[in-house]
Design a binder for this molecule. Structure first.
Ligand SMILES: [Zn+2]
Length: 298
C-alpha cells in the first residue's frame, strides 16, 4: 500500500508553527549557567528572573598560601562553594574577584595588595553594577580570613545612603556532627592559613595545583614574637607567622576536604533560599532611610 502525503498551505503552516514551538520549549528548558561570564547577554534577563534577582560575589585574594598551595586558593575555594550552592538553588555568580585586604602578606612574592580606598570603591561599584543589571540582592561569600572585618565594615556602610539593593554577607557555621567528624579526621591541632583543612579542600577544588611535598619546607608554627594580651596590633599576624603559613598541612587529604566543602555548599544553598524569600530587609532599609533623613521631630 502506498501512502500519499498531501502538503497544502495549512499543513505547512501547522508544521512550521509546531517546529518553532518545539525550538522555544527546548530553549526555555535548557539549564542556565550560574556563572555570570558563561551566560549569553540574551540569557542574562532569564537568569535575573530565575535567580529571584540574587547575585553572589565570591571574594578571595591573591596571596601566598605556604609553599604548597596556589596563590589563588581563596578565590578558587569561594568560587567552588558558590558555584556548587548556586547549582542547587539558582543564583547568578559574579566573575573571578580578588580585590581584598591583604597588607599583612606584602612581604611575600606575588601578593596583590590594592589600597584601602580602591578596595572599598571597587566593591561599591561592583555592587552598583550588579544592581544596574537587575540583581537587587547581593550575597558576599568570603574566602579570605583577612578580609572579614573589611567586609563587615563595607556591609555596615550600606546604611549611610539609600540604595535600591541589599547586601548580605554569608557567615558560615559548622554543625556539631560535622565538627566532630572534622576533628576526628584532622591530625593537626593548630591552623589558620594554608593549614590541614585548607590544603584538604584544595585537594578537592584544584588537586592539580597542590604540591603536598612542599608542605614542610617552612614552619607554620606560631613564632610568639610579640605579647600584647587584650590588645590588637596590625603587625600581630606577621609576628606570629612570618612565613604566611599557620598550621601543619602535611596530613591533608581529599576526604576531609570533601566533608568541609559539602557542608558549606549545603549551608550556602539554604542561605540563598532564605534570602530569595526575604522581603523584610529592603522594607526595613527603606523605613530606616525615611526616618534617618530627618530624625528630629518638632
Ligand atoms: Zn586561604
Amino acid at each position: 500500500m502506498k501512502s500519499v502525503l498531501k502538503l497544502n498551505f495549512s499543513t505547512i503552516l501547522f508544521l512550521l508553527l509546531a517546529s518553532s514551538l518545539c525550538a522555544q520549549n527546548a530553549q526555555s528548558s535548557q539549564k542556565l549557567p550560574v556563572a555570570w561570564e558563561e551566560l549569553t547577554s540574551s540569557d542574562f534577563s532569564l537568569a535575573v528572573k530565575q535567580s529571584d534577582s540574587l547575585c553572589i560575589i565570591p571574594i578571595g585574594v591573591i596571596e601566598k598560601h605556604g609553599q604548597h598551595l596556589p596563590m589563588g586558593t581563596d578565590v578558587y575555594t569561594s568560587r567552588y562553594i558558590s558555584l556548587g550552592a548556586a547549582s542547587k538553588e539558582y543564583a547568578v555568580v559574579f566573575p573571578f574577584y580578588y580585590a581584598a585586604q591583604i597588607f599583612e602578606a606584602m612581604h611575600q612574592p606575588g601578593t596583590i595588595a590594592y589600597s584601602e580606598e580602591l578596595l572599598y570603591k571597587i566593591l561599591e561599584e561592583t555592587c552598583n553594577e550588579i544592581s544596574r543589571n537587575g540583581l537587587k540582592k547581593i550575597l558576599i561569600v568570603n574566602g579570605h580570613g583577612g578580609n572579614t572585618y573589611f567586609l563587615q565594615y563595607f556591609c555596615q556602610t550600606m546604611l549611610a545612603k539609600e540604595h535600591d539593593y541589599s547586601v548580605y554577607l554569608f557567615t558560615p557555621s559548622v554543625d556539631a556532627v560535622t565538627q566532630k567528624k572534622i576533628v576526628s579526621m584532622r591530625k593537626s591541632t593548630t591552623g589558620g592559613h594554608a593549614d590541614e583543612g585548607e590544603a584538604s579542600t584544595m585537594l578537592v577544588v584544584r588537586p592539580d595545583l597542590v604540591k603536598m611535598e612542599r608542605s614542610s619546607i617552612e614552619s607554620g608554627e606560631d613564632q610568639k614574637r610579640l605579647s600584647l594580651p587584650n590588645a590588637y596590633s596590625s603587625i600581630g599576624w606577621y609576628s606570629k607567622y612570618p612565613n604566611h603559613y599557620a598550621g601543619d598541612a602535611k596530613d591533608a587529604n581529599a576526604a576531609l576536604g570533601q566533608i568541609i566543602l559539602t557542608q558549606k555548599i549545603q549551608q550556602l544553598s539554604e542561605v540563598i533560599k532564605t534570602i530569595k524569600a526575604d522581603k523584610a530587609t529592603m522594607k526595613l532599609q527603606r523605613e530606616f532611610w525615611g526616618k534617618s533623613s530627618s530624625p528630629v521631630t518638632r
